[in-house]
Design a protein around this ligand. Structure first.
Ligand SMILES: [Zn+2]
Ligand SMILES: [Zn+2]
Length: 292
């Protein structure tokens, strides 16, 4: 459940697990809502089904990204994963603002408390929250382990859903047991602000990837690995970009000018192999040799 061949397989697993969970939660909440005659649960059920949409996006964009290079796309299709993450990030940003608006509106208007949440339907809602938290942790782990932005942005969505649902339960309980009103609105404002902040951060990070921002930490790592090669006199212009979770590296090495071409080529091959071995996320290395 946690080990996959590559990042694309991990993304596929995350998407499939999320879709199954969201469809199952839709069925459970819809049936419970109808049986318990709870409008709130039925509304939640339909919102929950729409949550499967971003996971469907993960599935589609990851599938496109997994295609091998072809004539039209000699660099492969990995950018589809970055583009998909960017779009899902923007969507989360918008959903965050929607919840923020909802919270502010709830604070300003007299709203009828949805009592149908209490009792048996509360149990269904609490179970939903725990399943959503599992969904979040799973997506987050795969995102971290496989450096997948698609998994990370989907994880953020699961987190938002879990928190928003939890906030309603906490807010209503506080009103019911301690007669503290409007806590659900106040907490919704807090949670949506958090997601807007995290969503903004995520979108900014992915925008940087799409802009081919250099990866300084990887550059430094490459530099220290290259220092082990005694034949290399100088290393310069290390450039690292990320395409669909993989690194593409370009760099210059200076070699003695009377060195034989076959020897220079041998060194370049060794450098390439060593870099790929030590930093497995590196997919391609282009080396330019300078005579010194
Ligand atoms: Zn949602
Ligand atoms: Zn193509």
């Amino acid at each position: 459940m946690f080990k996959f061949k590559d990042v694309r397989e991990a993304e596929k697993a995350e998407a499939v697990v999320s879709i199954i969970i969201n469809v199952a939660l839709w069925v459970i909440r819809l049936i419970a809502g109808i049986l318990l005659n709870s409008i709130a649960l039925i509304t939640d059920a339909w919102h929950g089904l729409s949550d499967a949409l971003t996971s469907l996006g993960v599935l589609i964009f990851s599938k496109i990204a997994s295609k091998p290079p072809d004539k039209e796309h000699p660099f492969g299709h990995g950018r589809a994963a970055d583009l998909g993450s960017f779009l899902i990030g923007i969507m989360l940003f918008i959903i965050g603002f929607y919840f923020l608006y909802d919270g502010i509106q709830g604070l300003m208007t007299e709203r009828e408390i949805v009592y149908s949440y209490l009792g048996l339907s509360l149990i269904v809602t609490v179970i939903t929250i725990f399943i959503k938290i599992f969904n979040y942790l799973y997506a987050q782990k795969l995102g971290k382990d496989y450096n997948s932005n698609l998994c990370k942005t989907d994880a953020l969505h699961h987190k938002l859903d879990a928190l928003v649902t939890a906030v309603v339960v906490v807010g209503l309980s506080m009103y019911y047991f301690f007669n503290i009103p409007k806590m659900d609105s106040i907490l919704t404002i807090f949670v949506s602000s958090l997601i807007i902040y995290e969503g903004g951060e995520t979108v900014y990070g992915i925008a940087n990837i799409l802009m081919d921002k250099n990866f300084e930490d990887i550059s430094e790592e490459i530099k220290s690995i290259l220092k082990e090669f005694k034949d290399i006199e100088k290393i310069s212009d290390i450039r690292v970009r990320s395409i669909g979770s993989y690194y593409y590296v370009e760099l210059n090495i200076s070699l003695k000018k009377d060195m034989k071409l076959s020897r220079a080529h041998e060194i370049s091959d060794k450098v390439e192999d060593e870099l790929k071995k030590r930093i497995p996320q590196i997919l391609e290395v282009h080396i330019h040799e300078e005579p010194l």
